[in-house]
Design a protein around this ligand. Sequence first.
Ligand SMILES: CC(C)(COP(=O)(O)OP(=O)(O)OC[C@H]1O[C@@H](n2cnc3c(N)ncnc32)[C@H](O)[C@@H]1OP(=O)(O)O)[C@@H](O)C(=O)NCCC(=O)NCCS
Length: 377
Amino acid sequence: MPHDFMPGLAGIPAAKSSISDVDGQRGVLEYRGIRVEELCLRSSYLETAYLLLFGHLPTQPQFARWHEDILHHRRIKFKIIDLLKCLPEQGHPMDALQAAVAALGMFYPGRNVQDIENNYWSAVRLVAKLPTIVAAWARLRHGDEYISPRDDLGFSENFLYMLTETVPLPLWGDIFDDCLILHAEHTMNASTFTGMVTASTLADPYTVVASSIGALKGPLHGGANEEVVEMLKKIGKPGKARPYLEEQVRAKQRLMGFGHRVYKVKDPRATILQGLCERLFKECGTSPLYEVALEVERVAEELLKGKGIYPNVDFYSGIVYDKMRIETDLFTPLFAMARVSGWVAHWLEQLRENKLFRPDQIYSGEHGQPYVPIEQR
Ligand SMILES: CC(C)(COP(=O)(O)OP(=O)(O)OC[C@H]1O[C@@H](n2cnc3c(N)ncnc32)[C@H](O)[C@@H]1OP(=O)(O)O)[C@@H](O)C(=O)NCCC(=O)NCCS
């Protein structure tokens, strides 16, 4: 049956899912029916991850077990640390993360993805170990020692501790946790779809997540958060935002951190992240990048009026991380270590009614061509 070709599969449903939903006209994002604003206010990343993975908020005993299981699986094997040590230190952290996650699958080989018990432990390991890998790489590449997780610290506090060897201010832990909640899941985006295609072949979950990490790296997806901070640094001062943006628009260049396939209003995550910036600055002083960002948003609204292009999740997240003195090229790995819960939730959902992804194409080449010997070409 012939179909209309939709570049980028825009608007084509690729799955039925009950994990999250976006209303792009009203700017609403829900995980399992609960708005992200509510989750940021009342939940934690670890509880939100449980909600995404298992479909409901945990009871106290369920959460206690989940928390305990995560605590026990945060450490990484010394061979993974050795693997990271062997990678070129100037390489991108997303590549190091992808390599390490693919290698995890070699240590935990349970290939039977119909084994529910094994799938639970895969989910635990992936949620627990990604932050440890990101923090380990961030230190090892500078010649610093790997820092083991600390069991007395919360999920986000522990990550910041493993990164800096300093227990962060409680406010930093809270704000970082909200950032992880906001990045945990987002319907049928490119990296989730990539993971689902891999999952549909019944590949193991480490391979699924490694393929999603690859898709997240690109600047049209998760990589945009790095580019936003680079752009804001390049602009330098609020007064320089207008000439910079006018030139970008004239040259038909895309503004990083703006625009979205689904949202036609400001991304609700951008609004929450902007609030987080302000909470952070109240305690730690403002950031010059934030002043530039506000002006960029104002001018962009004027210049791109009518196109439905507003700040997305990547516009303000980097400003929070930059204020926490996290290196710019780690921003996308932070996205990945949050999004892993969404990827794994989609993997589990996909397995329940799996069908191999095998889309069609519209062939636009020739038929019946002769083979011309090389010397006659
Ligand atoms: C995310 C993104 C790929 C979605 O794009 P899309 O749904 O495929 O939209 P299209 O590429 O069809 O663009 C539609 C129109 O909006 C314009 N547009 C989209 N995003 C834009 C941006 N960030 N800056 C300037 N113009 C933009 C396009 O140039 C196009 O204009 P035209 O109709 O005059 O040619 C796109 O907005 C983008 O590249 N954003 C920057 C990267 C980014 O921040 N990514 C993170 C996403 S969370």
